[in-house]
Design a protein around this ligand. Structure first.
Ligand code: APR
Length: 261
């Protein structure tokens, strides 16, 4: 069947580019965590179909924390560790990326995600472009405390100084952490092969990283069941697949490539 042979050939081409990369990177979005049970923001079952993105706008949050916090709790409860929910776990795609870092093949993961699943899988060379939700910081005095089921128990978590606690992930209207921006730009400038997984590529400046890599001559491999903003523009090898299956197949093909099969 043409489609099957085509996919096989694309996986072989992608594995060759990955195994032969001098400085391999990955760029992940919410789609890599869908098979871990976390809904994406856009597309099928997208979070933004249920919530208004303004709840994650910084000015709105300051003015209406009593409206933002309940939605944040609901949206992210699966990995805030709040009671009543089994914490989510990395899936095969996260595990393969962690394995490739351990083998010295993968140099950096730039993730837009705040679910912590790349770190849980074992990746350490990790750029959390949109921050994380391990802690929250007081907008008045800057005090930082862990963010967990206990500390977000109150409807609107407040600091002992009376200030508002804000989770340490990036809100709309908020700048990208400077160290994350620098590290991501450095990786995008240096990479000769970037694997994009599970991202619609519509939120900047994160979405500019693959474009920067492409401009610097990198081969772009993309894993997404449906075409994204990148597919017809910068993607060299498009794998129209879910992340879990794609990375399971890539892991096999890269191992075979590296063994010289
Ligand atoms: N495997 C791979 N990709 C998948 C899967 C899957 N199983 N399921 C869905 N996808 C794809 C969708 O087709 C979509 O292109 O993942 C992508 C998810 O896109 P978004 O929900 O827009 O996620 P992302 O690109 O990470 O969003 C960027 O937007 O709301 C902000 O800050 C938030 O970091 C987020 C940013």
């Amino acid at each position: 069947m043409k489609a099957k042979a085509d996919i096989e050939e694309r996986i072989r081409d992608a594995a060759r580019a990955i195994a032969g990369a001098r400085w391999l990177t990955a760029f992940s979005g919410a789609g890599i965590s869908v098979e871990s049970g976390i809904p994406p923001f856009r597309g099928e079952n997208g979070v933004w179909e249920k919530y208004d993105p303004e709840i994650l706008d910084l000015d709105f949050f300051r003015a209406h924390p009593e409206r933002s916090w309940p939605a944040i709790r609901e949206m992210f409860t699966s990995f805030l560790g709040t009671e009543g929910r089994t914490p989510v776990r990395p899936n095969r795609a996260h595990e393969v990326l962690a394995q490739w870092e351990k083998e010295g093949l993968l140099q950096c993961v730039i993730t837009q995600n705040i679910d912590g699943l790349h770190a849980a899988a074992g990746n350490r060379k990790l750029v959390e472009f949109h921050g994380h939700c391990r802690t929250m910081t007081c907008l008045d005095c800057g005090r930082q405390i862990p963010l967990n089921g206990e500390t977000v128990r109150d409807a609107v978590p407040r600091c002992s100084c009376g200030g508002l606690f804000k989770p340490d992930f990036v809100f709309f209207g908020e700048g990208i952490p400077p160290h994350a921006m620098e590290e991501a730009e450095r990786a995008a400038a240096r990479t000769d092969c970037m694997v994009l997984v599970g991202t619609s590529g519509v939120v900047y400046p994160a979405a500019a990283m693959p474009v920067l890599a492409k401009r610097n001559g990198a081969t772009i491999i993309e894993v997404n069941p449906v075409p994204s903003d990148y597919t017809g523009r910068i993607t060299d090898i498009f794998l129209p697949m879910k992340a879990g299956e794609a990375f399971a197949r890539l892991a096999e093909a890269v191992a075979a490539e590296s063994a010289g099969d």
